[in-house]
Design a protein around this ligand. Structure first.
Ligand code: HEM
Ligand code: SF4
Length: 551
């Protein structure tokens, strides 16, 4: 895992002490809320419906057990005993008191964490595949490059006041588990004919009011030239991106308005003009960073782990969990254990302080002390010996963390919506909870198979509803909340924005509507088809008919 050097420690500490002074001035009344706003936003502090909300960065979703324990402590001492893991692999605290925020930041700094660049019009936390470094299909661990980008973009003098916020996602695997095409910049590792690694660069994806899928501007870029190319993109965007209208300020609008060809031409022109030497990535530097992500000391394991196979046969509930929540690992005898934060009727992404501590302990006992946060609001223990999976599962169950529903109907992604968010037009948490209860039957979920449901409480799309197979968007008309449903969205290699199926539904009608959609799929599916397969074969017509025929 990446470790701070002296510079990082000093830098983060200085930021905290600056902010402490700003908070004191706000509390004494020397600063109005309006004057205070730019300062707090630079430190990840939002003002929400009921309280301040602090967004803490989890770079590329990687946490140590100690960091997780610290998050648990913060939840307990300064919040209401829980935290909310988000689609950007971060964690948010919904109830800190303003006077405590500098102390929280000090506590975070002690474990090499902070809230810098988690808001504002800058390059935000770089996200990646939650299985980075361990997935069986991976070409290479993308985290050294994510870390490189983090260092390059932190307080970058030229790119700290962009036209709008900027999000970069990186993947090192052929199966995109980082939704790279739904980001301002998506980077995807490929090997060229000589077997050398390089990056495909995609630009102009993003959700929100105008959802768009990114376009590829470079098929393959040598590693050492990555930052120079990123710098060229950022410069074109910074200069030409619109600042007159915040709804048209994201890079996706620029790419769209100029056209991909013209945008690419401008980037290439800037790229050639940029002085090479200062930002060329030296192999030695990348190696230095990569050393922090060196694989842990795996032990050699038998090909077939008898105790694991036996437990699977004996214990159907364990077998079910393995089937949905355990994924293949690069190293023989090891597995990736996904911890669902979506128990029946729960709030997606929420974890209590006790649960965070339990995960930290289990990471130490079974996963070399490392934890990941996924962009589907779940946690991951990346390095579990197959021989330990049964014990791990039993321990998870004791803490309400063994829901066997990864990527199934109740693995719902949801933003906080009207329960917390000042921008919300409708609630999303209660809708997620109602759906979670409706589809609680695990046997049925396993029968339905992979199905991603995403919910947002307004057009900003924090719940990624556009790329949900079933997307739910909460809106409001004449004081009444209603929900639009989109179908066919996906965030993977074939990323697509879902299509609106028809008129919206009341909150109470949503579970029935989703059940009708799922029922139509079950009735129509051919052998081995997933929901998306059936939807792409048949299109929206049968689903529409089933939903609206009776209206
Ligand atoms: C304090 C509550 C929040 C506020 C005020 C807020 C604000 C916003 C706004 C204004 C946008 C639209 C930006 C644009 O399109 O230009 C947005 C998008 C987004 N937010 Fe949030 N958000 C909040 C909470 C969250 C949470 C809890 C998550 C994750 C669960 C999240 C993740 C995202 C994501 C993934 C997008 C989509 C960005 C894109 O691709 O265009 N946000 N948010
Ligand atoms: S989608 Fe809207 S309601 Fe949900 S968190 Fe984002 S801004 Fe708030």
């Amino acid at each position: 895992m990446y470790r701070y050097d002296e510079f990082d420690h000093r830098f983060v500490k200085e930021r905290v002490s600056q902010f402490r002074d700003q908070v004191e001035r706000r509390l004494s009344g020397a600063l109005t809320e309006e004057e205070f706003k730019p300062f707090r936003l630079m430190n990840g502090l939002y003002l929400q419906l009921h309280a301040y909300m602090l967004r803490v960065a989890v770079p590329y979703g990687t946490l140590s057990a100690d960091q997780m324990r610290r998050l648990a402590r913060i939840a307990e001492v300064y919040d209401k005993g829980y935290g909310h893991f988000t689609t950007r692999q971060n964690i948010q605290f919904n109830w800190p008191a303003l006077k405590d925020v500098p102390d929280i930041l000090d506590e975070l700094a002690e474990v090499e964490m902070h809230a810098i660049q988690t808001s504002g019009n800058c390059i935000r936390n770089v996200t990646t595949d939650a299985w980075a470094g361990v997935a069986a299909d991976e070409i290479a661990d993308p985290r050294p490059v994510a870390e490189l980008i983090r260092q390059w973009s932190s307080l970058h003098p030229e790119f700290s006041f962009l036209p709008r916020k900027f999000k970069i996602a990186v993947t090192g695997a052929p199966h995109d588990r980082a939704a790279t095409k739904a980001h301002d910049i998506g980077l995807r590792l490929h090997l060229n004919d000589e077997g050398e690694p390089g990056w495909e660069v995609m630009v102009g994806g993003g959700l929100g009011r105008t959802p768009m899928i990114a376009v590829t501007v470079r098929d393959w870029l040598p590693e050492r030239e990555l930052l120079r190319y990123l710098e060229a993109i950022m410069r074109v965007y910074n200069l030409a991106g619109r600042r007159d209208n915040k709804y048209k300020a994201r890079v996706k609008i620029l790419v769209h308005e100029l056209g991909a060809e013209e945008f690419r031409a401008r980037v290439e022109e800037e790229y050639v003009r940029l002085d090479k030497s200062p930002i060329e990535v030296e192999a030695a530097e990348l190696e230095r960073i990569a050393a922090y992500f060196a694989p842990p000391a795996y032990e050699s394991q038998p090909k077939v782990v008898a105790s694991f196979e036996e437990a699977r046969l004996k214990d159907p509930a364990f077998a079910q969990w393995v089937r949905s929540n355990v994924a293949d690992h690069k190293v023989e005898g090891y597995a990736i254990a996904n911890i669902s934060l979506k128990p029946e009727g729960g709030i997606p992404g929420d974890a209590t302080a006790d649960q965070m501590r339990a995960v930290a302990d289990l990471a130490e006992a079974y996963s070399f002390g490392e934890i990941r946060v996924s962009h589907r609001q779940n946690l991951v223990l990346p390095d579990v010996r197959k021989a330990d999976l049964h014990a791990l599962w039993q321990a998870l169950a004791e803490h309400g963390l063994a829901a066997a529903n990864l990527d199934l109907a109740t693995d719902i992604v949801s933003c906080p919506g009207l329960d917390y968010c000042a921008l919300a037009t409708a609630r999303s948490i209660p809708v997620a909870q109602a759906l979670s209860r409706r589809f609680a039957d695990l046997r049925q979920q396993h029968d339905i198979g992979p199905l991603r449901i995403n919910i947002s409480g307004c057009i900003n799309a924090c719940g990624h509803h556009h790329i949900g197979n079933i997307g739910i968007l909460g809106l409001e008309k004449k004081g009444v909340e209603f929900y639009q449903i989109t179908l066919g969205g996906r965030g993977d290699d074939d990323a697509a924005v879902g299509s609106l199926i028809g008129p919206g539904f009341s909150g109470e009608e949503v579970p029935d509507a989703v059940e009708t959609i799922v029922g139509t799929y079950l009735a129509e599916r051919a052998d081995g088809e997933t929901f998306l397969d059936t939807y792409s074969r048949l299109g929206a017509a049968p689903f529409k008919e089933a939903l609206y025929a009776a209206r």
